[in-house]
Design a protein around this ligand. Structure first.
Ligand code: AMP
Length: 180
C-alpha cells in the first residue's frame, strides 16, 4: 500500500474510532475501537492493511496483548498464515510461563506468555491496539527475546505520539497506522 493510501485509510478509521473522555479515569481520552470492530468493511480493511505491511517479513507467530490486542492479532495471524500467541495478565495462562513486569503510573503490572510459545530464532510480530507509554510493548518484547525469538515487528493500530512510547522500544521496528 502506498503512503497516500495508508493516510486515506488512517483518516477513515479516525472517523470510526470513538474518543471517550475521562475513561478509565479523569484526564485520559480512551480510544474506543469497538465501533471499528463492528464495521465489517473497516475491520477487514484494517486487517488486510497490517498483513500487507508484514507479508514479506517471514513472520511465523503473531502475538496479541490482552485483551484488545487479541481481537486484532488473531485475524492478522490468519491473513499472514502465521500462528497466534496470547500474552496475558499474571495467573491466567495454564501451562509453564515466562513473565515480565513493567511500571505503571502507580506500582507495576506483570504479563505472562507460555514458555514454549516462541522457538529460538522465530520471527514474531507483536500486535496491540494502542501504543501509549510503551511500557506494555516493552515488556512483551523482553518476553519474546527471553525465549530467543526475534521481534520482527511491532504493529499498533494507534500511536499516541505525545507519550513517546517509541523510546522504550528502541531498536525494534514499529509500525503504527493512526497517529495522534
Ligand atoms: P502503554 O503501556 O502505556 O503503552 O499502554 C498500552 C496499553 O494500554 C495498551 O494495551 C492499550 O490498549 C492501553 N491504552 C493506553 N492508553 C490508552 C488510550 N488512551 N486508549 C485506549 N487504550 C489505551
Amino acid at each position: 500500500m502506498t503512503q497516500a493510501a495508508a493516510e486515506t485509510l488512517s483518516s477513515k478509521l479516525k472517523t470510526i474510532i470513538r474518543d471517550v473522555p475521562d475513561f478509565p479515569k479523569k484526564g485520559i481520552v480512551f480510544k474506543d475501537i469497538t465501533p471499528l470492530l463492528a464495521d465489517q468493511a473497516a475491520f477487514a480493511g484494517m486487517v488486510k492493511h497490517f498483513a500487507g505491511q508484514f507479508s514479506k517479513a517471514g513472520i511465523t507467530k503473531v502475538l496479541g496483548i490482552e485483551a484488545r490486542g487479541f481481537l486484532l492479532a488473531a485475524p492478522i495471524a490468519m491473513e499472514l498464515g502465521a500462528g497466534l500467541i496470547p500474552v496475558r495478565k499474571k495467573g491466567k495462562l495454564p501451562y509453564k510461563t515466562v513473565a515480565a513486569s513493567y511500571a505503571l503510573e502507580y506500582g507495576t503490572d506483570t504479563l505472562e506468555m507460555h514458555a514454549d510459545a516462541v522457538k529460538p530464532g522465530e520471527k514474531v510480530l507483536i500486535v496491540d491496539d494502542v501504543l501509549a507509554t510503551g511500557g506494555t510493548a516493552g515488556a512483551v518484547c523482553s518476553l519474546v527475546e527471553k525465549l530467543g525469538g526475534e521481534v520482527t515487528g511491532i504493529a499498533m493500530l494507534i500511536e499516541l505520539e505525545f507519550l513517546n512510547g517509541r523510546a522504550k522500544l528502541a531498536g525494534r521496528p514499529i509500525y503504527s497506522l493512526i497517529k495522534y
